[in-house]
Design a binder for this molecule. Structure first.
Ligand SMILES: NC(=O)c1ccc[n+]([C@@H]2O[C@H](COP(=O)([O-])OP(=O)(O)OC[C@H]3O[C@@H](n4cnc5c(N)ncnc54)[C@H](OP(=O)(O)O)[C@@H]3O)[C@@H](O)[C@H]2O)c1
Length: 289
């Protein structure tokens, strides 16, 4: 342990993982960052090149495991198919945790980023960590299985169910509103979001908080229908509002999803959102662009 943080291995050091690594390094922590292409990692972190689906490449952990006190698994599959999800989140996570234990890692906690896709609710109802999880999609089912793998670990664990992540470089909604290419159905379908910097901030907080909740929803304070968010963005940008079209599909990933995720437990851990709603988050992006 160095400073306030345990020595942390971040596996899947991409959009969120790199932001987390940057924070931890800035706080003086020792950080190891793993991904398949370790050339592209934040400065100050120790790079480890590995593929969690490849047993031979996990040997790369042998040289570092004795220092690893905490692990954050924030990898995401390149392909959107069931085999890719299962091999990464279920088999890959299991292999990673087994290997760290076998190599003698003094693990005290592990956090896995899963998703609000584990909830199958479609009527705009509020859900929290105790709500039923009956995901209609293979992705939600694979993530639930990953959560079950994590739960069996003999140290403190947390499955962090993140909402849709947006932030610098992830501005597809802004771009479509600006280009006038978005059309949406009139009925409200609630979505749940979180800014990248809050994903990283919340993960850093969970690495140091005394009582780690086993399951936590990570979203902002304002679930909102996509139409509301898009209209607000159009107003900010001074462009025409998105077209409302009864036949418009929200896309295969979101077509049926309609729920409002409650973040009370997240607030109870003591975390304060940097961007409490999409308005603060997108306003910061628009100012920066
Ligand atoms: N994006 C969203 O809206 C959203 C919503 C809810 C939850 N989440 C979850 O949040 C987490 C972070 O998402 P993100 O947007 O930061 O993902 P991302 O930018 O795609 O980063 C994923 C990272 O995983 C690494 N990776 C992929 N396969 C790997 C493997 N087999 N072995 C080792 N590393 C591997 C990738 O690097 P290489 O290619 O170099 O290996 C990349 O650095 C993910 O777990 C995701 O499922 C995302």
């Amino acid at each position: 342990m160095r400073g306030a943080y345990l020595t942390t291995l971040i596996v899947g050091c991409g959009y969120v993982g790199s932001a987390l690594a940057g924070r931890l390094v800035d706080a003086g922590a020792e950080v190891l960052c793993a991904r398949r292409r370790a050339s592209d990692l934040p400065g100050g972190a120790i790079g480890v090149e590995l593929d969690v689906r490849d047993a031979a490449s996990l040997e790369a952990l042998r040289a570092h495991a004795e220092r690893v006190e905490a692990v954050v698994f924030a990898a995401s599959p390149g392909a959107r198919d069931e085999a890719a999800y299962r091999s990464l989140y279920v088999e890959g996570l299991r292999a990673l945790l087994d290997r760290l234990t076998r190599f003698g890692a003094p693990l005290a906690r592990a956090i896995v980023t899963t998703s609000t896709a584990v909830y199958g609710q479609t009527s705009g109802e509020w859900v929290d960590e105790r709500s039923p999880t009956e995901p209609p999609s293979f992705s939600g089912r694979a993530l639930l299985e990953a959560e079950a793998v994590l739960e069996r670990a003999p140290y403190a664990t947390c499955s962090l169910r993140l909402g849709g992540i947006y932030g610098p470089g992830r501005t597809s909604l802004v771009d479509r509103v600006r280009a006038g290419t978005l059309s949406l159905p009139p009925e409200p379908r609630y979505g749940n979001r979180i800014h990248r910097d809050d994903c990283a901030g919340l993960l850093a907080h969970l690495l140091s908080v005394e009582a780690l909740p086993p399951v936590l929803i990570g979203v902002d304070d304002a679930p909102a229908p996509l139409l509301e968010t898009a209209r607000w963005l159009a107003d900010q940008l001074g462009v025409a509002p998105p077209r409302v079209d009864a036949d418009a599909a929200l896309g295969p990933r979101r077509s049926a999803s309609n729920k409002r995720c409650r973040n009370t437990r997240m607030h109870e851990t003591g975390y304060s959102l940097q961007y409490p709603t999409y308005r603060e988050g997108y306003r910061a992006l628009l100012v920066a662009s």
